[in-house]
Design a protein around this ligand. Structure first.
Ligand SMILES: C[S@@+](CC[C@H](N)C(=O)[O-])C[C@H]1O[C@@H](n2cnc3c(N)ncnc32)[C@H](O)[C@@H]1O
Length: 309
């Protein structure tokens, strides 16, 4: 029985869902495509995968944390481009998939299983880059993740993270026959209700009702500012703009961005008055992160991180 690392029932539930999704082999759980063999080719592949958000970031000799990045190429490519890469995820299967591929390629990574809201196994200022793709949506308290990331980043380090767009996520499954309606108000917290939790990719169909949270843009900006992170890049985008039949996800994503991505740089100590740093209305402030109370059976991630092939 694997040790419990989830800090609450939300994470424990989502962990079970990701184990199920990984078992079914949906695309987010398997490295997609084959990177070229040359360094230049690998960098090109990584730049495409990260939509150019790395900019001129030089990977060689850098310490990179791929947060909640199980099942993907990112950590392997950072390592093969000369970085000291750590892969962190809550799902054993997601970690194992990457470990198998990395072992086959002779690529060394550090693996940590844990909840993204508790990075206590990682020290202050240990990383030059935290790359965090499409997964802050799985926790209710994004501010807590951002504060932890700011702590483990070195001054000058980058945090690149993406999530479901907070407007669009409230509209999926909301086709009325003549237009799109919201399933939830923009100002309301809590998980977004999902009518049909079937993940469908070609022939793969799996029922996995993950708990997902549509973090408001101003709240994410404010959490960054409050943790000493200055945003220097913001992208709103969809995987494709071709559209589809009225009422389909492709139709919605042609009109509104599916994702939002931030790039932020740690400039030092957190701002003294983060509320002055942006225009958030008082009632949209994120709740203060709750004090960490370990649930029954919780054990901190093993500080002896597993390193190797
Ligand atoms: C959409 S996938 C992102 C990884 C993917 N391979 C990619 O394209 O980068 C979401 C990942 O978040 C992980 N996850 C969900 N909740 C988590 C949590 N509380 N802490 C750490 N990882 C979590 C899942 O196990 C899953 O691997």
């Amino acid at each position: 029985m694997p040790k419990r690392v989830a800090v609450d029932e939300v994470a424990a539930h989502n962990e079970r869902m990701w184990e199920r999704l990984a078992k079914a082999g949906i695309p987010y759980t398997r490295p997609q495509g084959s990177p070229p063999k040359t360094k230049a080719g690998k960098r090109r592949f990584l730049d495409e995968l990260t939509d150019g958000s790395l900019g001129a970031f030089e990977t060689h000799g850098k310490r990179v944390l791929c947060l909640a990045g199980g099942g993907g190429w990112h950590a392997i490519l950072f390592a093969e481009l000369g970085a000291d890469a750590t892969l962190f995820d809550i799902s054993s299967r997601q970690l194992e998939t990457v470990r198998r591929v990395a072992r086959r390629r002779g690529t060394k990574l550090t693996y940590v299983r844990g909840d993204m809201r508790d990075l206590s196994v990682l020290g202050n200022g240990e990383f030059d880059l935290v790359y965090h793709n499409h997964s802050i949506v799985f926790v209710p308290d994004a501010g807590r993740v951002i504060a932890e990331v700011a702590r483990v980043l070195a001054v000058g380090g980058l945090y690149i993270f993406s999530t479901m767009h907070p407007v669009t996520i409230r509209m999926y499954e909301g086709w009325t026959g003549t237009g799109w309606r919201f399933k939830k108000r923009y100002f309301d917290d809590g998980p977004i209700p999902i009518v049909d939790p079937t993940w469908e990719f070609g022939k793969i169909r799996v029922r996995a009702p993950t708990l997902e949270y549509g973090h408001r843009t101003a709240d994410l900006v404010k959490a960054c500012a409050g943790s000493g992170l200055v945003i220097d890049g913001l992208w709103e985008y969809s995987p494709s703009y071709e559209g589809g039949p009225a009422g389909s996800e492709d139709d919605l994503e042609r009109q509104l961005p599916a994702f939002i991505r931030f790039r932020a740089r740690k400039i030092g100590a957190p701002a003294k008055s983060p509320s002055a740093a942006n225009g958030s209305r008082r009632r949209t402030d994120p709740p203060a992160p709750p004090a960490f109370a370990p649930p029954p059976g919780y054990s901190r991630p093993n500080p002896r991180r597993t390193r190797g092939r």
